[in-house]
Design a protein around this ligand. Structure first.
Ligand SMILES: Cc1cc2nc3c(=O)[nH]c(=O)nc-3n(C[C@H](O)[C@H](O)[C@H](O)COP(=O)(O)O)c2cc1C
Length: 449
């Protein structure tokens, strides 16, 4: 985020002013110079009585008579560069939507480096007399704003960065507006998306938020990759920006908003008696310490809820959870009584239905083949394959069954229906088993119903 640094220089502004041969600026805050700034000062008075805020008022976004979008262009190629071309692509649709576009080329302005003296945080404005403050005032009074820069070494140009650095006085003071803005960025092929994201973030310093980012790749002047696509996106974004202003649009609060609020609120309070005196005054006057909702100018919806109903619901959850734990997990959903294996009309049907009653939870990692050689009223061979927690029926013999059950049809049918005890029938030799006898013992738990 912006302007988070605490000044490190121990020298104070008078020193610099004298060194530069300048007359020290008045310690009073500059009188408002623009319509909206004047409006802001006139209408956003908070009264601090005995350190208690009795009233705080934020600014309702309103359109000026001559709605204007101010674009700050950080490219050194004033009037001819790719950034200029991209911002100019916005002009037509903006004009059709009833907005003027004012372009400011930083390269044509005198903007000195920030000294990091911290004067602005303590006194409210920078002591350097150059073009910076005038540009910021234009941004503050605009209906919407655009920050544009080409990528220079994976970031904005020095011109744009210098302009932003000099905005420290504003970076610590959330503005009373949340007006729509755009970020515009072009690279030769690397870094325009993150640089646009950065520009979108710093819009906040001037009381704006990004409705979008116009980005493009272009190596030489006008060499856009997909010029038509860039123009189309510019058209869409310009119209969206215009609509956002007309609708007084707001977007939902984000984690960055929370972080900025908490961090900055704390920082300013910690230095309220020193370098951030003026910042602190601003926070108090704007009622920002009233809480995040005050800062973001959005209120949290607090739905009604019935605590008794909630308690009952939680009790029900706990009870049903305990009950579930006690009950054995059923891997296969229970079959309706009229669909289970016990409804089988004959032994062939019974074996075909056995997979329906298969308890996967009981199988663990069992890999086995149960072969059935059925005799008597029905005469056939079939097998059940248990593999990877599933059971499947197959006609005919298996290549290598794990266990083979040789049974008359009526015996197996009677056992399945519970009319004959399986163990007893085996002891009586009513059916025979070859292979792994343990598998016979597991049959009951493997197949329910
Ligand atoms: C000093 C310098 C640094 C640059 N750094 C990058 C860079 O990091 N990544 C990139 O893709 N292009 C880089 N470029 C290319 C410009 O971003 C590109 O040419 C852009 O279109 C220029 O926009 P403009 O005409 O609006 O000034 C750099 C150009 C210059 C002069």
């Amino acid at each position: 985020m912006v302007g988070l640094g605490v000044p490190v220089t121990k020298y104070y502004p008078d020193y610099y002013q004298r060194r530069l041969g300048l007359t020290p600026v008045s310690e009073e805050t500059a009188s408002p110079k623009t319509v909206n700034e004047a409006h802001y000062h006139a209408n956003n008075q908070a009264f601090v009585k005995n350190n208690q805020i009795t009233h705080s008022k934020m600014e309702e976004p309103k359109m000026s008579e001559n709605p204007t979008i101010v674009a700050v262009n950080g490219s050194p190629h004033a009037g001819v560069g790719n950034t200029t071309m991209m911002i100019e692509m916005l002009r037509g649709p903006l004009s059709e939507e009833g907005f003027n576009l004012e372009m400011i080329y930083l390269s044509e302005k005198e903007i000195n480096y920030c000294y990091g003296c911290g004067f602005c945080m303590e006194k409210g404005k920078c002591w350097i007399e150059d073009d910076h403050r005038g540009i910021v005032n234009k941004l503050l009074s605009a209906d919407g704003i655009i920050l544009g820069s080409p990528v220079y070494f994976l970031h904005v140009t020095g011109q744009m960065k210098t302009f932003l650095d000099r905005s420290l006085a504003y970076g610590h003071k959330p503005r009373p507006t949340w007006k729509p803005g755009l970020a515009v960025c072009v690279s030769a092929g690397f870094g325009e998306t993150q640089t646009a994201e950065y520009l979108a973030g710093v819009l906040r310093v001037y009381g704006a938020f990004a409705v979008g980012r116009l980005t493009a790749l272009a190596a030489g002047p006008g060499n856009f990759v997909g010029l038509e696509a860039v123009k189309a996106q510019a058209n869409d974004l310009a119209r969206d920006l215009a609509r956002a202003i007309k609708e007084k649009r707001r977007y939902p609060a984000t984690d960055m908003d929370v972080r900025f609020y908490q961090f900055m609120g704390d920082l300013v309070k910690n230095y309220k008696d020193g370098v951030m005196k003026h910042d602190y005054k601003h926070w108090l006057e704007q009622g920002l310490y009233d809480g995040f909702e005050s800062y973001i100018q959005q209120t949290t919806t607090r739905p009604q809820y019935n605590p008794k109903a909630r308690d009952a619901w939680i009790k029900e959850l706990i009870a049903s959870h305990k009950k579930k734990k006690k009950t054995k997990p059923m891997a296969t959903p229970a079959q309706p009584a009229d669909q289970g294996p016990q409804t089988a009309k004959n032994c062939a049907e019974l074996l075909q239905m056995m997979p329906l009653g298969f308890n996967a939870a009981e199988s663990n990692d069992l890999e086995a083949i149960y072969q059935f050689e059925v005799s008597g009223e029905e005469s056939f061979t079939a097998h059940l394959k248990i593999s990877e927690g599933a059971c499947t029926y197959h006609d005919g013999p298996a290549k290598s069954p794990s266990v083979t059950i040789k049974t008359p049809a009526n015996v197996w049918l009677a056992m399945a229906k519970g009319e004959l005890d399986g163990q007893q029938a085996f002891m009586n030799g009513q059916y025979k088993v070859e292979g792994d006898l343990n598998l016979l013992l597991r049959l009951k738990s493997l197949f329910s119903g």
